[in-house]
Ligand binder design. Structure first.
Ligand code: ZN
Length: 133
């Protein structure tokens, strides 16, 4: 049996985020009163305390805000070296996803790179990874 990444535990707050990739959609929770995006997913808006929170699709593109190249094999599922990046998500001010940049050599990643989401399914989770565009 192949070793897989540690996976998140799904609950009613985060299920849309982790399973939206089944339909190719990056879903972020959004306050239906003040329209603030809420990530990580939570049941209450951090801006106005509304409980009217629902998932909405965003474009799935973004910009590498910062990144690091990891050369230490902390987990057997992660082949080194690999890039851990913080991606500013288009259309969702203040939302940054920490993920991997895949599909290119690690030394090809730079600050400000434009990226798009690429989902990788493991069990019942669709991990939002990113590749350069
Ligand atoms: Zn709100």
């Amino acid at each position: 049996m192949p070793v897989t990444r540690p996976l998140p535990r799904l609950d009613s707050d985060n299920r849309a985020f982790w399973t939206g990739g089944a339909e190719g959609r990056l879903l972020l929770n959004r306050c239906q009163d003040c329209r603030t995006f809420i990530h990580p997913p939570r049941p209450v808006c951090h801006h106005c305390l509304s409980e009217k929170v629902a998932p909405e699709a965003v474009a799935g593109t973004g910009t590498v805000d910062t990144f690091t190249v990891n050369h230490q094999k902390f987990h057997p599922a992660f082949e080194v070296p690999y890039v851990i990046a913080r991606v500013a998500i288009d259309g969702a001010p203040g939302v940054f996803l920490t993920s991997n940049i895949v599909g290119c050599p690690v030394d090809a990643v730079d600050f400000g790179d434009r990226v798009k989401v690429k989902f990788e399914q493991q069990d019942d989770v669709w991990l939002p990874l990113f590749e350069k565009i």
